[in-house]
Every structure is written in structure tokens, then in C-alpha cells.
Design a protein around this ligand. Structure first.
Ligand code: OAD
Length: 251
């Protein structure tokens, strides 16, 4: 057991409602690139304005859907890592002891669900699911590359599909925001894992939790704007620290 984990593990052992928010960092050890890390962030090679906005899709739907299809296939072949698995285990344990667990994720890769997490709120949608631009109906395309870009909608002739993700300039799904709001009302331990904490409204949840008296635990190899607010800021990889923390809390 890593000694500096002790107080956070004790808080986890006694919490009644744990709310976790995850970002790209938790999937880094599954081989999915983060957005902003200096050496390997996705936005280093691609300009978000040309790929992750409604305007970009309007202007060049073929390029945008090709990029998202490439990322979709990467997510489909990725496997959850020990960080995802530890969170699923924590959820099972809390449920078995009549306590609550809510996982808010900014990730679109579905790796939390693949690891066995159930109460997952996808704040930025999912790349595994695609949406008809005319009817808004969603579909889960087969795990092979699309053959036409943009892919045609299976629902409405002459309409096309877009990834069911939130782009810059778009609102988060109302159902996800409502579910997050409800979770935040009773949260007594808020954990921020693998996120740079710079994209709102997700970044604001920790501040809200703090104002409401919850303890804040951050896991990240690097400091973030949240670090000064956190009760405990653990520097390291989620895949190393989370299993150790959960093992200790559940021991
Ligand atoms: P970022 O790429 O901004 O941040 C990833 C964070 O993970 C950084 O703070 C890293 O230090 C940390 N990190 C890297 N490896 C890690 C590891 N093994 N364990 C734990 N932490 C690690 O990704 P997000 O914060 O998720 O939104 O970005 C938020 C949103 O910005 C994304 O959902 C996406 C993006 O634009 C949309 O596309 C709407």
C-alpha cells in the first residue's frame, strides 16, 4: 500500500455517495490518446476547429466522419485497463452495502461500460453510437469501417449520420446534465480522475461539490486548475493508483 493514499482510502471506505468524473487520462493506459497532453494529445495533430464543431461537419462532412470513424474503431478495439476495472469494482461494492456511486464521464469510448460500470453518465455522448442528422434517431454501426463518407442514414433517405458526441459549441445532453445535477446533491466524496479540468461544465462539478462540503480527490500525473481545491491530489497514473486505492478502501 502506498502510504500517501491512506487518508483518501479511508474517506472512500466511509463515503455514502461517491461521484467520480473521468476524462481522457483514464483511457490513456488503454491506448486511447488524450486531448491536451503535450507529447501525445490528439489536438496536437488535429485542429479541433476543423474537426469537432458543427460548422466543420457542415463544411466537410466526409473528412469529419472519416476522423471520427478512425477514432471509433480505435475505441472498439481498446480494452479497459486496471483503472476502469477498479471503478467498476468500487461501484459493485458500494451497491452491495446500500451506498451510491455515480460515474460522470467526458469520455466517448464506452470503456467504463466494457469494464462493468453501470451507473455511467456520458456527458459528451458516445462515439460508438451515431445519429441521423434528419431524424435524430441513433444507431450502433457494426465494428467495421464505414465504406462511404459521410455514412448514409439507415433511417431517412438522403440523410447522413454523425457521431453522437458533443462538439464544441453544442450543449451537453439535457438528460446527462439533469442526472449529474441529482447526483451532486448527495455527493460526499467527489473524485476527479484523468481530466485536465479545463472544459466546462464538467470542470465546474468539482467546485460545486466543494461548495457543498464534499471532499475532493484528484488523480492525475500532472497538476490541474483543480489541484489547489482538492482535499487530496494524488500524482500518478489512474491504472496504478485506482486499484491500490480501491483495494485499500475495500479491505
Ligand atoms: P485532456 O487531454 O484535456 O486531459 C487529460 C488529462 O489526463 C491530463 O490532465 C493528463 O495529465 C491526465 N493523464 C494523462 N495520463 C493519465 C493517466 N494514465 N492517469 C490519469 N491521468 C492521466 O482530456 P479531458 O480532460 O478529458 O471534449 O478533456 C476534456 C474534454 O476536452 C474532452 O472530453 C473533449 C476535449 O475537447 C469534447 O470533445 C467536447
Amino acid at each position: 500500500m502506498i502510504p500517501h493514499l491512506h487518508p483518501a482510502a479511508t474517506a472512500l471506505a466511509h463515503a455514502q455517495h461517491v461521484v467520480v468524473i473521468t476524462g481522457a487520462g483514464i483511457s490513456a493506459e488503454s491506448g486511447i490518446r488524450t486531448f491536451r497532453d503535450t507529447m501525445e494529445g490528439l489536438w496536437k495533430d488535429f485542429d479541433p476547429a476543423t474537426l469537432a464543431t458543427p460548422e466543420a461537419f457542415e463544411r466537410d462532412p466526409a473528412t469529419v466522419t472519416r476522423w471520427y470513424d478512425w477514432r471509433r474503431l480505435g475505441c472498439l478495439t481498446a480494452e479497459p485497463n486496471p483503472g476502469h476495472i477498479a471503478l467498476a469494482r468500487l461501484e459493485r461494492n458500494l451497491a452491495a452495502t446500500d451506498r451510491h456511486f455515480t460515474l460522470l464521464t467526458q469520455n466517448v469510448d464506452r470503456l467504463h461500460q466494457k469494464a462493468g460500470s453501470h451507473n455511467v453518465i456520458e456527458l459528451h455522448g458516445s462515439i460508438i453510437q451515431w445519429r441521423c442528422t434528419a431524424s435524430s434517431r441513433t444507431t450502433t454501426p457494426p465494428p467495421e469501417p464505414f465504406t462511404t463518407f459521410p455514412p448514409p442514414s439507415p433511417f431517412v433517405p438522403s440523410a447522413i449520420l454523425r457521431p453522437d458526441v458533443v462538439w464544441f459549441g453544442e450543449s451537453l445532453p439535457e438528460s446527462a446534465l439533469d442526472a449529474a445535477d441529482i447526483a451532486m446533491r448527495s455527493c460526499d466524496l467527489f473524485c476527479s480522475i484523468g481530466t485536465s479540468s479545463v472544459v466546462y461544465p464538467a470542470a465546474g462539478f468539482a467546485e460545486l461539490a466543494r461548495r457543498r462540503g464534499a471532499s475532493i480527490l484528484e488523480i492525475n500525473p500532472n497538476p490541474t486548475p483543480l489541484s489547489p481545491l482538492a482535499t487530496w491530489s494524488l500524482r500518478g497514473k489512474a491504472g496504478d493508483l485506482l486499484p491500490a486505492l480501491v483495494d485499500h478502501a475495500l479491505a
